[in-house]
Design a protein around this ligand. Structure first.
Ligand SMILES: C[C@@](CO)(OP(=O)(O)O)[C@H](O)COP(=O)(O)OP(=O)(O)OC[C@H]1O[C@@H](n2ccc(N)nc2=O)[C@H](O)[C@@H]1O
Ligand SMILES: Nc1ncnc2c1ncn2[C@@H]1O[C@H](COP(=O)(O)OP(=O)(O)O)[C@@H](O)[C@H]1O
Length: 257
C-alpha cells in the first residue's frame, strides 16, 4: 500500500509574537492536491534497525521520518515499532522540493506516523499523532490532523479545521532552497517591529479565496520580506499575481478557471 504525503501552502502567515527562539503565528494551511511524496514499506536489504530508501540531502539522523521513529521509541512504543522495522524498510519517493516552504519533511513525518499507527496498531488518535508530531517539527501537527484546510496558531501546534473546499493551485518553486531557521532569524532581526496582530486576526475568518482576492503577497506573508532580505536572488523569480508560501522559496496562485 502506498501513502501520499501532500505538500502544503500557507495562504497567509502572520507573526504575532515570539516564544523563545520560535515565533508565534496565525496561518492558514492548505494541502496541495497534485503535489505529494509517496511512502511505502518495502522488504529490507540490510540488518540496520531502521532502513530508509530514497533521495534525501540530509543524514538519516536529521530526517524527519527517523525522528518519528525515535519519538515513538521515547514514548514507549519501542517493541511495536521495532517489530515492524525489523522486517520492513521505509521507501520514500520524493517529489516535493526541499527548502521550498511546502512542508515536505513535515508531511513525510506525519505520514510515516500514520503508517506505523496502522501497521503496528498503536491505536493513536489524530490528536495523539498531532502532539507526537509536534515534537519533531512545528508543521507536523497540521499534517497529522488530516485537515485539508486549517487555521494554525501557536508555533504550529494549535490546529483548527477551516471549513472550505480546497483550492485548485498552481505551485512554482524557483531553483533556490531556503533555510527556515535563517528566514525566521532574519525576520526577528529586521522586521519584528512591524508586527500587526489585528491584521492577522482579521484574516482568520476569511475564506482562502477571499484572502487571495483581497491582499497581496507582502501583506499575506510576513516571512516574504525576510526571505528577500536573506536571499536577494528570490526577487528575480517573483511574478505578478503569485503568492508566497511559508519560509519560501515557492510561489503559488489559484488555477485560472
Ligand atoms: C515557515 C513554516 C510555515 O508553515 O514552514 P515552511 O514554510 O518552512 O515549510 C513553519 O513555521 C516552519 O515549520 P517547520 O519547518 O516544521 O519548523 P521546525 O523544523 O520546527 O523549526 C525550524 C526552525 O524554524 C524556526 N521556527 C519554526 C517555527 C516557528 N513557529 N517559529 C520559528 O522560529 C526555529 O528557528 C526552528 O529552529
Ligand atoms: N523527509 C524529509 N524530506 C525532505 N527534507 C528533509 C526530510 N527530513 C529532513 N529534511 C531536511 O529538511 C530540510 C527542509 O526540507 P523541507 O521540509 O522539505 O522544506 P521546508 O522546511 O521548506 O518545507 C531539507 O533540506 C533536509 O535537509
Amino acid at each position: 500500500m502506498q501513502y501520499e504525503a501532500h505538500a502544503k501552502v500557507n495562504i497567509f502567515l502572520k507573526i504575532v509574537g515570539i516564544r523563545g527562539n520560535y515565533h508565534e503565528l496565525f496561518s492558514r494551511f492548505m494541502l496541495v492536491s497534485h503535489l505529494f511524496d509517496t511512502l511505502s514499506f518495502v522488504p529490507k536489504s540490510s540488518r540496520m534497525p531502521f532502513e530508509l530508501v530514497g533521495d534525501f540531502n540530509c543524514a538519516l539522523e536529521q530526517n524527519t521520518v527517523y525522528k518519528i521513529f525515535q519519538t515513538l521509541q521515547k514514548h514507549g512504543f519501542d517493541t511495536e515499532i521495532q517489530n515492524v522495522m525489523h522486517h520492513e524498510a521505509l521507501h520514500v519517493n520524493k517529489r516535493i522540493p526541499s527548502g521550498a516552504g511546502l512542508g515536505g519533511g513535515s508531511s513525510d513525518a506525519a505520514t510515516f506516523l500514520k503508517m506505523l499507527n496502522d501497521r503496528a496498531d498503536l491505536k493513536l488518535s489524530a490528536e495523539d499523532m498531532m502532539a507526537l508530531g509536534a515534537e519533531v517539527g512545528a508543521d507536523v501537527a497540521f499534517f497529522a490532523s488530516g485537515y485539508t484546510s486549517a487555521n494554525v496558531r501557536g508555533i504550529g501546534e494549535k490546529v483548527e479545521a477551516y471549513d472550505e473546499a480546497p483550492l485548485d493551485l498552481d505551485v512554482f518553486t524557483p531553483p533556490l532552497a531556503c533555510d527556515t531557521a535563517r528566514v525566521y532569524r532574519t525576520y526577528r532581526e529586521y522586521f519584528l517591529q512591524f508586527i500587526n496582530p489585528s491584521l492577522a486576526a482579521s484574516m482568520v475568518d476569511m475564506s482562502s479565496e477571499a484572502l487571495l482576492q483581497s491582499f497581496g503577497k507582502e501583506e499575506l506573508n510576513d516571512l516574504y520580506p525576510a526571505c528577500l532580505q536573506a536571499y536577494p536572488e528570490l526577487r528575480s523569480y517573483e511574478k505578478e499575481g503569485w503568492f508566497f508560501s511559508g519560509s519560501g522559496s515557492s510561489f503559488f496562485r489559484m488555477k485560472e478557471k
